[in-house]
Design a protein around this ligand. Structure first.
Ligand code: PLP
Length: 392
């Protein structure tokens, strides 16, 4: 592998609320100072001279090609099942249906375990493993659970997954087949979180809930680096992202900031658009009301299980990125997601998850509101494979 030994992991971790630094060589969850997500920070000035886009061409086609800006230090801990470097698919007929100049679909359904959760969980499990963790645990709407189970199996770690009882069947079977200890509970991912908390307290499991440990975001941020590489060294006008916990959206935003410090891009940014389900839209509600934080959405319901996240720990980070980019947050009903899964399928050959359908469903709304123009180049994130939702 053509990755230099200069990949040394993060220099330190930083509280996303107050900037307080923490050492990066031990396990952390939320920042002790503010109970907010911690971000890994790298010595980008030292990395910059020998981490240039041209250096990447011959590297392996996984997210580990960006090792210099990733937290795992020892290459022996770079767990891989082939995650990342998913295709960016040009979709001219979908663009024509949507009425915009150019549409690309970043097809994250081609990741191991059929969703982009593979990126974040590969990173979190690998780093926890490197730091000596023996048992990992996760509350999940489904896809994060199967991704964690896969990487825990690859590393030989104990895996504990708690999911709502109405999680799509294929995902439940997948988690079981990957050897995890699985518990199905009544309620939502927030209820699953409480159950995992009990296991953490009783058995010392390490909880890899999104943004409650510092490394899933580092896996997801690689989508930002990939967009730049796959578009030949530039970024699109608009990124439409189906947002649950928002890890990928804030991760790409972090990647762009790093890429600017590395001298790859200037200060320009794509408009970041959050799409949520009409039945669970806490970020949209907060964005519309001008709030800095989102609070909890009561009575969450949508068949897009990845979007059934009533409360996001990184809410303020999502809202900051949307606002700073001139983007927007829109909610779409389940029926529109389902309709656009079909229209995307017929015009592109991609069998999308409902969350992917949601991104296409948002485009007419964005055009109507003037957030994007017909002349824009738009990237839609299909975050998972439609095959995982067959029973839904
Ligand atoms: C988890 C998930 C999402 C939401 O991702 P976040 O980064 O947590 O916002 C979207 N789509 C699918 C298929 C998912 O599994």
């Amino acid at each position: 592998m053509a990755i230099r030994d200069s990949a040394r992991g993060a220099a330190y971790l930083e509280c996303t609320r107050c900037g307080q630094p923490y050492p990066s060589d031990r396990l952390h969850r939320l920042s002790p100072c503010c109970e907010k997500p911690l971000y890994p920070r790298y010595d980008l000035d030292a990395i910059r001279p020998h981490f240039r886009p041209a250096d990447l061409a011959t590297r392996e086609a996984t997210m580990w090609r960006y090792a210099e800006v990733l937290p795992v230090r020892d290459p022996a801990f770079r767990l891989t099942l082939g995650e990342g470097f998913t295709p960016l698919i040009d979709a001219p007929r979908l663009a024509a249906e949507l009425g915009v100049r150019r549409v690309w679909v970043k097809d994250e359904g081609q990741n191991p375990t059929g969703s982009f959760k593979a990126r974040g969980l590969a990173m979190a499990v690998a780093r926890a493993w490197e730091l000596g963790v023996k048992a990992v645990a996760i509350p999940s709407a489904g896809n994060a659970g199967s991704a964690m189970a896969a990487y825990a199996a690859a590393a030989g770690l104990e895996a504990h997954v708690v999911v709502p009882e109405d999680t799509p069947r294929p995902i439940v079977e997948e988690i079981r087949s990957l050897g995890a200890d699985l518990e199905l509970i009544p309620g939502l991912i927030t209820d699953a979180g409480r159950r995992v908390g009990e296991g953490v307290a009783a058995y010392g499991w390490f909880d890899v809930s999104t943004l409650k440990e510092p490394y899933r975001v580092e896996g997801k941020k690689t989508m930002g680096y990939e967009l730049f590489e796959q578009l030949g060294g530039r970024l699109p006008d608009v990124i439409v992202y189906p947002t649950g916990g928002g890890t990928g959206l804030v991760g790409m935003w972090k990647a762009f900031e790093e890429m600017e410090r590395l001298g790859w891009i200037g200060p320009e940014r794509p408009k970041m658009v959050t799409v949520q389900a009409a039945g669970c839209a806490p970020i949209v509600r907060a964005w519309e009301s001008g709030a800095q934080e989102a609070g909890t959405w009561e009575g969450a319901h949508t068949y897009a299980s990845g979007l059934r996240v009533p409360r996001a720990v990184g809410d303020f980070l999502i809202l900051q990125a949307i606002r700073a980019s001139g983007g927007a947050a829109v909610a779409v009903p389940d029926a529109a997601m389902a309709e656009w899964v079909l229209r995307m399928g017929r015009t592109t050959g991609i069998f999308a998850a409902p969350e992917g359908g949601a991104t296409a469903a948002a485009v007419p709304v964005l055009l109507e509101r003037g957030v994007i123009s017909a002349d824009d180049e738009v990237v839609l994130f299909n975050t998972g494979s439609g095959l995982k939702y067959i029973s839904a």
